[in-house]
Design a protein around this ligand. Structure first.
Ligand SMILES: [Zn+2]
Length: 109
């Protein structure tokens, strides 16, 4: 992913509009690119700052909030990947079981 692509994903990220694939690429770029991380932090600060004003909120450590948000996103992606692997594996096992039953039935005739 280029910095330009990452920059275009900053707002969609904050609005939680990215697909898993986009989110995954965006997060890996943010983790290695200081410039884009800072860009995200600025937008995140503005966005959460405004949200907190609306809430009549307390001033929180925005940097810590952003880190938490990034970590949650990373965990979500990892969780979904694990689930997909598990799902495919269970499908394969189901097919194998079905095949085994069919083979046993054919042999018993
Ligand atoms: Zn970048």
């Amino acid at each position: 992913m280029t910095c330009k692509e990452a920059e275009q994903m900053v707002m969609p990220y904050i609005n939680k509009e990215l697909t898993d694939k986009e989110l995954s690429a965006f997060l890996s770029h943010i983790r290695i690119c200081r410039d884009c991380y800072e860009e995200l932090e600025i937008y995140y600060t503005i966005y959460t700052g405004l949200a907190q004003l609306e809430d009549g909120g307390k001033d929180q450590n925005i940097h810590r909030l952003l880190e938490e948000s990034l970590r949650v996103s990373e965990l979500q992606i990892r969780g979904r990947k694990f689930f997909q692997v598990y799902y495919v594996l269970s499908q394969v096992l189901a097919m194998a079981a079905l095949t085994a039953i069919m083979v046993m039935e054919i042999l018993s005739i």
